[in-house]
Write a protein that binds this ligand. Structure first.
Ligand SMILES: Nc1ncnc2c1ncn2[C@@H]1O[C@H](COP(=O)(O)OP(=O)(O)OP(=O)(O)O)[C@@H](O)[C@H]1O
Ligand SMILES: [Mg+2]
Length: 319
């Protein structure tokens, strides 16, 4: 895959803040995030649980609950999503921006046949008759190697295995050949064989549709296969961003280094301590209480993200 950074970005996020009000406290789930995704580019977003990855994806689609406050700018293909009307958002969701959500359990309606659920996405956005839409779903299921696709159309979600349900979700996300696909933890809970299949399937679908992808994953091995660039998120912020090769081989931020050192093939050393609560963040660098290299400045000042090499950004005083 080639990063086409010479063209304008398809998605440009600037200073995005998504906070939640929970009683008297503010949860700073996404806190001043800026990033670009270029046409046909795959950007992986990695980080520990609770750091704000899913909230970032849901912010792009403006699928946030009532207790949220959102600020900044999300421009998609020239449209400012934060100023878009409900009608404009309905047209974007599914058609221009597809989503393969994190939870299979809550994303498929248990009472409806899976074929019907995929057909609904197609009929919402494309002027297809019932028969054409049905044919298209069979084609999608066939391409995603769902065994016996015509029969599977009539199955309810509980009649399918986890891997098959994942394929149904992928087919819903890519049904309208969106320009951008948001994929949230596509391999969570899958065994190694299925993980490889799902990764291959996503890569093929993105290539076939010439889609860009925001790939949210805990798994660096998934990012390594699919991503052109990787953004590392910690406690609501992007702490490092660069080409996949640089991030994996020459990580600059101590957090990225620790994440990579915690992998089974790279030392298996757990990161000490825990991520901070997003409603009471530490002063200075948010990673400093866990950082093996922290110096006095790190607890006093909040580092800005800065360019440290060709398209490589790091939020750390030590870099
Ligand atoms: N509706 C909400 N109200 C209050 N806090 C919320 C709400 N939704 C999410 N949060 C909080 O926002 C933070 C970020 O959540 P998010 O789901 O984005 O994490 P994540 O990085 O996707 O984690 P995981 O890897 O486990 O999926 C968490 O602290 C979560 O508790
Ligand atoms: Mg999540």
């Amino acid at each position: 895959m080639v990063t086409k950074q010479t063209t304008s970005p398809l998605l440009a996020i600037r200073g995005l803040i998504t906070h939640f009000q929970v009683k008297e406290t503010i949860v700073k789930a996404v806190d001043d995030v800026s990033l670009d995704i270029y046409p046909q580019e795959v950007l992986a977003l990695v980080g520990e649980t609770g750091c704000g990855k899913s909230v970032l994806a849901l912010s792009i689609l403006r699928l946030l609950p009532k207790n949220s406050q959102i600020e900044g700018s999300i421009r998609f293909n020239g449209v400012e999503i934060l100023e878009a009307s409900e009608e404009e958002l309905r047209k974007l969701r599914g058609k221009e921006i597809g989503m393969i959500p994190q939870s299979q359990a809550t994303s498929l309606n248990p009472l409806l046949k899976v074929g019907w659920q995929v057909r609904e996405v197609l009929q919402l956005h494309k002027t297809l008759g019932k028969f054409e839409a049905r044919e298209k779903v069979v084609k999608l299921f066939t391409r995603l190697q769902l065994p016996d696709p015509a029969k599977k159309m009539n199955y309810y979600p509980h009649q399918l295995s986890g891997g098959m349900r994942q394929r149904v979700l992928v087919s819903m996300g890519v049904a309208c050949q969106p320009k951008l696909i948001l994929v949230d933890e596509p391999t969570k809970g899958l065994d190694a064989v299925l993980r490889k299949e799902v990764v291959t399937m996503l890569g093929e679908e993105a290539a076939e549709n010439r889609s860009s992808m925001l790939l949210i994953t805990h798994d660096f091995s998934v990012a390594a296969v699919l991503a052109d660039r990787i953004a590392v998120m910690y406690a609501g912020e992007i702490v490092e961003m660069g080409s996949a090769a640089e991030i994996l081989e020459k990580p600059g931020h101590p957090y990225t280094q620790s994440l990579l050192d915690s992998l089974p093939g790279r030392g298996f050393k757990p990161i000490r301590g825990f991520s901070p609560s997003l409603s009471s963040l530490p002063a200075g660098c948010r990673f400093q209480p866990r950082c093996r290299d922290a110096c006095p400045d790190c607890s006093a000042l909040h580092p800005k993200i800065a360019l440290t090499g060709a398209n490589h950004y790091v939020r750390c005083f030590l870099c």
